[in-house]
Design a binder for this molecule. Structure first.
Ligand code: NAD
Ligand code: IPM
Ligand code: MN
Length: 364
């Protein structure tokens, strides 16, 4: 059976990192006969330049027909002064909302070889394995009303609305509890229930859903404390569940525990586990075109795609093991470089993963 993957490289380092993930998927496709088919589409600034909008109708059509989507990143200096409705980021948000990808999984795992690349002490991060579950289609990102208005005194005012309905909270709660069930069965819900009514409801619904999962230990933490605890003692966490904006911020923090944001993959899933797979980082305009970006977050996102959408757990494992093998050598992209290592380019890192896959394949 063929499976169609929509490829949306996007902007900045997007095309560079996507090229490496495709190399890996194509290797597995031809060696394991996975039946994957790839079709490219435009998103973000690249789509705006070509069509005048960040999310063309043709891309929406493409992703609706596809079984899964692999995305690079969107955004960049060039498009920063556009009206917010035309900005590259709007393309990505539109896609998440259009496909109802409410459940965003962002695993932060420290590969032991990178303990020295983290800015934190090795003993603080060694053995780290956290799953952040971020609500992705609601909250302040999408709440109405929003906009800019002129006050009576002539002053401009910007406003956004933080809003969650019970059903939105309930479905992300179920996602998070189900994930926690398969891990260490500890779920920490992160909110700001001491100040915001919306997150007071969040806490209430989390607690209510928790009664259906008695084997999972549910705790609650305020987001300011959670951000501090993540760098103080990150291993206290197993699964964290939180709202759209808090999850955005906390996952970038968590990325540095693993050595670099270039290591963090993600899956954004709908109720049927169709989804967008993309690195947690952005388009890194400061290093775009230099061929030095770390492709591992994107390669690991491709592994998540095989696992979550296509149920190809063994193929996903083989990618993750190949990444581990590549890190067992002394090659490092600049973001995870430490003394004594050899600095390599984006494509050399991709090649190292292919080489590791080949060696494992030949030994089977
Ligand atoms: P960023 O994640 O793009 O970059 C932050 C820093 O991390 C930069 O110094 C960058 O060079 C570095 N970095 C990121 N990915 C890396 C990689 N794979 N290898 C090595 N270094 C890497 O965040 P930003 O600078 O705040 O945003 C840049 C643009 O990306 C903005 O337009 C923003 O809106 C967009 N963005 C897009 C996404 C997405 O597409 N999912 C995510 C975040 C930001
Ligand atoms: C992310 C990004 C996006 C977000 C932006 C680009 C819309 O930061 O995927 O983490 O804020 O969700
Ligand atoms: Mn982000």
């Amino acid at each position: 059976m063929t499976q169609k993957i929509a490829i949306l490289p996007g902007d900045g380092i997007g095309p560079e990192i996507i090229a490496e993930a495709i190399k890996v998927l194509e290797y597995l496709n031809s060696n394991l006969g996975l039946g994957l088919e790839f079709e490219r589409g435009l998103i973000g600034g690249a789509a705006y330049d070509a069509t005048g909008v960040p999310l063309p109708v043709a891309t929406v059509e493409l992703v609706k027909q596809a079984d899964a989507i692999l995305l690079g990143a969107v955004g960049g200096y060039k498009w920063e002064s556009l009206d917010i409705s035309l900005r590259p980021e709007k393309g990505l948000l539109g896609l998440r909302s259009e496909l109802q990808l409410f459940s965003n999984l962002r695993p932060a795992i420290l590969y032991p070889q990178l303990a020295n690349a983290s800015t934190l002490k090795p003993e603080v991060v060694s053995g780290l394995d956290i799953m952040i579950v971020r609500e992705l289609t609601g909250g302040i990102y999408f709440g109405q009303p929003r906009g800019l208005r002129i006050l009576d005194n002539g002053e401009k005012q910007g406003y956004n609305t933080l809003v969650y309905s019970e059903s939105e909270i309930r479905r992300i709660a179920h996602s998070a509890f189900k994930i926690a069930q398969k891990r260490d069965r500890r779920l920490c819900s992160v909110d700001k229930a001491n100040v915001l009514e919306c997150t007071e409801l969040w806490r209430e619904v989390m607690t209510e859903v928790g009664k259906e999962y008695p084997e999972v230990e549910l705790t609650h933490m305020y987001v300011d404390n959670a951000s501090m605890q993540l760098v103080r003692a990150p291993k206290q966490f197993d699964v964290m569940v939180t709202s759209n904006m808090f999850g955005d911020i906390l996952s970038d923090t968590a990325s540095m525990l693993t050595g670099s944001i270039g290591m963090l993959p993600s899956a954004s899933l709908d109720i049927n586990s169709k989804g967008i797979y993309e690195p947690v980082h952005g388009s890194a305009p400061d290093i775009a075109g230099l061929g030095i970006a770390n492709p591992l977050a994107t390669i690991l996102s491709a592994a998540m795609m095989l696992r979550y959408t296509f149920n190809l757990g063994a193929a996903a494992d083989s990618i993750e093991q190949a990444v581990n093998d590549a890190l067992n050598t002394n090659i490092r992209t600049a973001d995870i470089y430490s003394e004594g290592m050899q600095k390599v380019s984006t494509s050399e890192m991709g090649d190292a993963v292919i080489k590791a896959l080949t060696m494992r394949h030949n030994n089977d």
